[in-house]
Design a protein around this ligand. Structure first.
Ligand SMILES: *[C@@H]1O[C@H](CO)[C@@H](O)[C@H](O)[C@H]1NC(C)=O
Length: 388
């Protein structure tokens, strides 16, 4: 693994019993798959049905300690991928002191780091990306190839221009909780701006809880989080991309209930992960006092006032059959009726992938079920490529 003494996420080890119990969970996979086969929704094709049953069984049965013991730290996963491509890992490391005001941060590059000459040429763009995983799972191995696909597609569709993707390595919960991860994102974006990346050349993105984090960052730019450094932009960001964003940890929407049989997430799972991020923090008191750094679905349109100074366009995806769809619909409705969107000052592009479940662009690079990319994956590629 790459040498770095900045430890944002540590490798986790379990006792013998912890590993034995993982073995037990794998052993019970058979019945879970069998149930999905026999009793899963008949209008869902077999492959996604089995895939979702597999993922759901693993994530809902493993404790966070077991998840973190079986998923390497984000930087190790990134380094292994770059090496497999014959490349050297390239990371920007910001050393803090581990406090929320001064967190340690790493940005792992797919493509080259920003150079001074890039500021002059204006031909390079940056996608600053927050990976999903419930704030609990370090960056899965599907992210680097997905980002590489976005980067390569960008270059194909925009001759003469290039995109570098900066994968934010944030600390997973419960070792660090709200608002530590927000602070890490704030410091990463401030750093990019400080080295001369024009905000108009930055696309901010995230999937699932990474989408939640990306929106927290947008909220911070609009309403600086007390104690964290503010961000002032000389121009709006090019875009924000939200792939199957987690917009709330409440699991009671109508589609949540309707889509649970189809999807790879369940209510108890979301609640469990959500509480690891929010417990013993100011998360819900902030929300209750109208500060929507979390729970963006609960924010009224006024919260987003000034968004046109922060970002030029917003892209959102959801799967038709995913549990988050109702919350995404609800948020999109607020945004559609939001004055700055209605007036055309902020673009809004939305796609609901037919028959898709949660986070299918990621699945296209993991347990995919066909060479053809999902609708949401195509949307993501085109959205980023169209954000020159
Ligand atoms: C919250 O604090 C209590 C009491 O210190 C502790 O038992 C619990 O594990 C904490 N929750 C989380 C998610 O860290």
């Amino acid at each position: 693994m790459a040498q770095s003494n900045l430890q944002i996420n540590r490798a986790t080890r379990l006792g013998v019993l912890g590993y034995l119990s993982i073995f037990g969970i794998v052993f019970r996979l058979g019945p879970a798959i069998f149930r999905a086969l026999l009793f899963g929704p008949k209008d869902q094709p077999l492959k996604p049905r089995l895939r979702n049953a597999l993922i759901l069984h693993m994530t809902s049965s493993l404790s966070w300690q077991q998840i973190q013991a079986t998923t390497p730290p984000s930087f190790d996963t990134y380094s292994a991928w770059t090496r497999s491509k014959g490349l050297e890992p390239v990371a920007t490391e910001l050393r803090g002191d581990g406090t929320v005001e001064k967190p340690d941060v790493r940005v792992m590059w797919i493509g080259e780091e920003w150079k001074q000459a890039d500021t002059q040429s204006g031909r390079k763009k940056v996608l600053l990306y927050c990976h999903g995983g419930g704030f609990v799972i370090p960056m899965n191995k599907e992210f680097p190839p997905l980002m590489d696909h976005i980067k390569k597609s960008y270059a194909e569709k925009n001759p003469g221009y290039e995109l570098s993707v900066g994968l934010l390595e944030y600390s997973v919960t419960p070792n660090k909780k709200y608002p530590y991860q927000l602070s890490q994102a704030v410091h990463a974006l401030r750093h990019l701006i400080s080295i001369g990346v024009p905000p108009s050349s930055i696309i901010l993105g995230g999937d699932s809880c990474g989408g939640h984090l990306a929106l927290s960052l947008i909220s911070h730019i609009l309403h600086p989080f007390p104690g964290l450094p503010p961000i002032s932009l000389s121009s709006p960001l090019a875009a924000v991309l939200l792939i199957s964003p987690c917009l709330t940890f409440f699991t009671n929407s109508q589609t949540f209930i309707e889509n649970t049989p189809y999807d790879l997430q369940t209510g108890p799972f979301i609640s469990r992960y959500g509480s690891l991020y929010t417990e013993n923090t100011t998360y819900y008191t902030d929300v209750a006092t109208g500060k929507y750094y979390g729970e963006p679905v609960a924010a009224l349109a006024e919260w987003w006032t000034g968004l046109s100074n922060v970002v030029k366009k917003v892209g959102v995806t959801a799967g038709e059959k995913e549990v988050f769809r109702g919350d995404v619909d609800k948020w999109v409705d607020v945004m559609k009726n939001f004055k700055e969107v209605k007036d055309g000052k902020v673009g809004l592009e939305v796609v609901v992938g037919k028959g898709e479940c949660h986070d299918e662009p990621l699945m296209d690079f993991g347990l995919s079920y066909g060479a053809e990319k999902r609708d949401t994956t195509k949307f993501v590629v085109n959205f980023v490529a169209g954000s020159v």
